[in-house]
Design a protein. Structure first.
Length: 287
């Protein structure tokens, strides 16, 4: 799930800006000028969903950024690098890079840059389900932006509002409320299976590592059903009959369990890419 990822309002103008910054990088002379141009171009490429190319520009320049850590351009470089890693689904690798960008901005007293780093880092933390840490970053960014009278304060306010909505969407329950589930993060993808059980249950499954989903009312208010080779048990509420999730019974499920998104606000399913899985015959995805 990408949380409030920025999209250029005018794609054509954005592409023109990318072309201008390519020329600027090609003409740059000196380590500082090249680092500054690299950071700016990489940030534009990531906004254009071209983070793979952004990383090819950024990775060779890391040594120069280390040597120029006393310059503001180094802070913008590390922020661009962390953001490109984030949107390449390498968020764990992005963490120390965001920390480095923040340290550079704090050491130099560059508050505008500091607010940018905190905002971008907060988005990445939301996407990892680390909501309390994300809120702290957003609140720090908002305080800086308000102190600077920065119009981007409204963007940070929107992030805090969006975070409140994410917290709400993470909570679901069976129909009667006896079984309650809290997801660690919103899913990006889910699976709809046509096996003989799933087509009857009608579930749409999002997968999480065992132990990461908080399930209340289980097993005291649930019943399980295992069939076939008994690799998993499908769980339903014993009172209202809603199928809430399935639990693995052996190692075949690779330490994960499936959560039925039908028990959550419809916005969760609407924002999730649902893939069709042929569990009836080929045991492969159909899309």
């Amino acid at each position: 799930m990408a949380f409030q990822r920025f999209t250029a309002p005018d794609p054509a103008a954005h592409e023109a800006s990318i072309a201008e910054h390519r020329a600027r990088l090609a003409a740059a002379q000196g380590e500082l000028a090249r680092l500054d141009a690299t950071a700016d171009l990489a940030a534009l490429l990531t906004t254009a969903r071209q983070e793979a190319e952004a990383l090819t520009l950024l990775e060779p320049a890391g040594e120069a950024a280390e040597a120029l850590s006393h310059e503001e351009a180094a802070g913008w470089f590390w922020n661009a690098y962390a953001t490109a890693l984030q949107y390449s689904d390498r968020r764990a690798e992005a963490e120390p890079v965001f920390a480095k960008a923040l340290a550079v901005s704090q050491a130099g007293g560059w508050q505008r840059l500091q607010a940018f780093v905190l905002q971008h880092w907060g988005r990445s933390l939301v996407e990892q389900g680390r909501l309390d840490e994300a809120q702290a970053r957003f609140e720090q960014a908002l305080a800086l932006r308000r102190a600077l009278n920065d119009p981007r304060a409204s963007s940070t306010e929107n992030a805090l509002t969006g975070l409140t909505e994410v917290r709400r969407l993470l909570h679901g329950s069976c129909h009667c409320g006896a079984v309650r589930l809290t997801l660690p993060w919103l899913p990006e993808t889910a699976t709809r299976c046509n096996c003989s059980l799933c087509r009857r249950v009608g579930g749409t499954w999002a997968y999480y590592p065992v132990g990461r989903v908080v399930i209340e009312g289980h097993p005291e208010h649930t019943q399980g059903y295992a069939w076939g080779d008994k690799t998993l048990t499908t769980v339903r509420c014993a009172h209202c009959g809603s199928v809430t999730h399935w639990d693995p019974l052996n190692d075949a499920s690779a330490g994960r369990h499936g959560v039925n998104l039908a028990n959550f606000d419809p916005q969760v399913l609407a924002s999730t890419t649902v893939r069709r899985f042929d569990g009836a015959e080929s045991w492969t995805y159909l899309d």
